[in-house]
Write a protein that binds this ligand. Structure first.
Ligand SMILES: CC(C)(COP(=O)(O)OP(=O)(O)OC[C@H]1O[C@@H](n2cnc3c(N)ncnc32)[C@H](O)[C@@H]1OP(=O)(O)O)[C@@H](O)C(=O)NCCC(=O)NCCS
Length: 138
């Protein structure tokens, strides 16, 4: 996978993979929700994660977000997903999610790696805990 691909490439892949649901008004996209299904080896089945959810500001509080969320949740659950997860810092979004029965379980928090702080010179170790040489692959 080419991680440097421009955003259009990411969008194209999301559309091809049926991960994107959009709301249209007069031929223009006014909102979207992006849901990725992944295998959960602990639960033993497919789980879903909402990575992005957006409605254009002038059309908010009219039910577009609710319609996108409900349709996406119905499709994920009818498609066999065992869980649907998401993460947000936005209070409006959180309120909406809670209206659709999302909960923060047992104080669970979402952690994100600070890529800039991640120590680049960190020593790589093999499965026995021995330091690997810099040019080792795998
Ligand atoms: C989160 C977001 C997508 C919600 O979209 P939206 O279209 O405003 O959502 P809705 O209109 O369905 O619901 C918003 C509120 O309007 C209310 N509402 C729904 N239909 C309504 C109507 N016809 N008239 C008045 N209010 C209405 C809903 O009850 C809801 O209120 P509540 O959250 O207090 O229950 C939008 O606020 C957004 O894009 N936020 C910025 C991006 C973001 O933070 N995304 C989440 C990251 S995952």
């Amino acid at each position: 996978m080419n991680w440097k691909a421009p955003r259009n490439e990411s969008l194209r892949r999301a559309i091809e993979n049926n991960e994107l649901l959009v709301a249209e008004l007069k031929g223009k996209v006014v909102g979207f929700i992006h849901l990725v299904v992944h295998e959960d080896i602990i639960d033993g089945g497919p789980n879903a994660f909402i990575t992005a959810f957006y409605v254009t500001p002038r059309l908010r509080n009219k039910g577009i977000g609710s319609a996108l969320l409900q349709r996406t949740l119905d499709e994920a659950l009818n498609g066999g997903c065992l869980k649907v997860e998401t993460s947000t810092t936005n209070q409006d979004a959180r309120h909406l999610y809670e209206r659709y029965s999302f909960e923060q379980f047992r104080g669970e928090v979402f952690l994100e790696l600070d890529v800039k702080k991640y120590p680049k010179k960190r020593k790589r170790r093999d499965s026995a805990g021995k330091d690997l040489p810099k040019n080792a692959t795998g």
